[in-house]
Design a protein around this ligand. Sequence first.
Ligand SMILES: [Mn+2]
Length: 244
Amino acid sequence: MIDKVAVISDIHGNMPALEVVLDNIRARGIDQIICLGDLAGKGPHSTEAVDTIRACCDQVVLGNWDALLAETVSHPALVWWHEQLGAERRAYLGSLPFCYDLQISGHQLRFFHASQQSVYYRVFPRHEEAVLAAMFTNSEATGYDQPEPDVVLYGDIHSAYLLPVGRFNKLINVGSVGNPLDQTLATYVVLSGKVGASQRTNLDVEFVRLPYDVEKTIRQAEAVGMPETEALAKELRTGVYRGA
Ligand SMILES: [Mn+2]
């Protein structure tokens, strides 16, 4: 019996994208969902995204936007999302753990948002080998209780990839559900293997890319007067980061 685990990240308040992904997960009979953070902010449906993720995910870890929006904010755009979420959802976001560890098919997997250091330390596949290798080490943020992983899954950069690091390790970015910056498709990963098994067998990694109604998200952002709607619209339509 093979277990299937969906790994989703960076929803950023985009419900049309999240709904398409969750429909796809249900259709595949996947029974476990892990979310790598950035539930809210940037998109128009922060409250619905937080409530949906909370209800349907087995594990959720903290993202940089979650950490930011959980705090008192002064930037005018951030205030809009901060107020929309309300105190109870902000407390939930602020309570999310930094990382999650799981053994599948004899592999030690670690899940976090951006890097082993911090939700604010961003790692791209073009980074030097030492930075990539450090992703597989224990740190103050991850804690030192768990064995170091040989497979790391993260989000944050909104661009999916799988890269071997050193001889034995695999670094996987699961891409973004609601704000993809590599293609204009909602992206997530399906892992297939034996959850909890210490014996080494095959761990399969599948990247899933799904079209969704981009224009619906943009129309709804415009309708509620969301800040920075134009920048988001450009990103959703082109898959190119606003700062690029
Ligand atoms: Mn993000």
